[in-house]
Design a protein around this ligand. Structure first.
Ligand code: C2E
Ligand code: MG
Ligand code: MG
Ligand code: MG
Length: 282
């Protein structure tokens, strides 16, 4: 994963010198300082209409632009941020920045796309979370319909509590997605009770969809279930044309993955937008 990001990525968990605890402490200190120094950046990955190729939305994915280590991918620091609670202030920053950026793109006249932001379950359960989301929408001026919050099935460990929080979020008008769907060991019964809009089918089912009848059957079944329950289905991790075609054959409408675009810095997203407009103007 670190290699795919390009650049000189640093692997925190490789350092055998000072042991896991000491290095965790270092990361914690580093993370705290990085937040103060503004070293985090967001890359945006398009979600794409599989038939038309049109961009239907963007997902915000945080990176740490470390002065010496280069671009550090989230799996290298999000777990520590979760353990230490720093995910709460970091997550607030990501939400604020993503909403601000999306609103700016709307104001510049680009398509009125939605922005998806990942929340870990610790962020989700933070007692000030809903009011922070409300405040962020208000301050940024972003239409609540254009904000999508991505959660994993881990929040289903407490369905009652999650129902209360999700209902409050839905009242704000935001969309709710379940990320990495199908990998979380949770029962499907939560789909009956919770106000969920979208299921993002985990990459592990997409990987072999063009080769494996079993994976194909699973995706087909999730798409059918989604249609019956009025849920949108997004396929994650689409890397080639064969997968995209197999997904369309399963009547899956939306995909996301390197085949369409890697996560991009904001200026490259703008180039993408401009190209779309230039091409369609001619
Ligand atoms: P995720 O939300 O499931 O995001 C999808 C991950 O798969 C991203 O990795 C993305 O770059 C990668 N990906 C997308 N398309 C492809 C593909 O075609 N092939 C392959 N091999 N990978 C693909 P990334 O950006 O490294 O993020 C990893 C995870 O870190 C995310 O998984 C999410 O759980 C977490 N994360 C990222 N940003 C945030 C954040 O701001 N807050 C929180 N709480 N978690 C975040
Ligand atoms: Mg996600
Ligand atoms: Mg995912
Ligand atoms: Mg994931």
């Amino acid at each position: 994963n670190a290699k795919q990001e390009g650049g000189n990525c640093y692997r925190f968990y490789d350092s055998a010198q000072d042991g896991a605890n000491a290095s965790k402490l270092n990361i914690e200190n580093d993370l705290r300082k990085a937040l103060d120094k503004g070293e985090f950046i967001i890359h945006y990955q398009p979600k794409v209409d599989l038939c038309s190729g049109e961009i239907t939305g963007l997902e915000a994915l945080v990176r740490w632009q470390h002065p010496e280590r280069g671009l550090v991918p989230p799996l290298e620091f999000i777990p520590v941020a979760e353990e230490t609670g720093l995910i709460v202030p970091l997550g607030k920053w990501v939400l604020e920045e993503a909403c601000r950026q999306m609103k700016q793109w709307h104001e510049r006249g680009y398509a009125k796309l939605g922005i998806a932001v990942n929340f870990s379950s610790r962020q989700f359960r933070d007692k000030n979370m809903v009011s922070h989301v409300a405040r962020t929408l208000q301050l940024s001026g972003l239409d609540p319909e254009c904000l999508e919050i991505e959660l994993t099935e881990s929040i289903m460990q407490n369905v009652k509590e999650s129902l209360v929080i999700l209902s409050e979020l839905k009242q704000l008008g935001v969309h709710i997605s379940i990320d990495d769907f199908g990998t979380g060991y949770s029962s499907l019964s939560y789909l009956k009770h919770l106000p969920i809009d979208t299921l993002k089918v985990d990459k592990s089912f997409v990987d072999d969809i063009a080769l494996s009848p079993k994976d194909e059957a699973i995706i087909r079944t999730i798409v059918d279930m989604g249609n019956h329950l009025q849920l949108n289905i997004v396929a994650e991790g689409v890397e080639n044309k064969q997968q995209a075609q197999a997904l369309m054959a399963c009547r899956c409408k939306i995909g996301q993955g390197y085949y369409f675009s890697k996560p991009l810095p904001h200026n490259e997203v703008e180039l993408l937008f401009r190209n779309v407009y230039l091409n369609s103007d001619e």
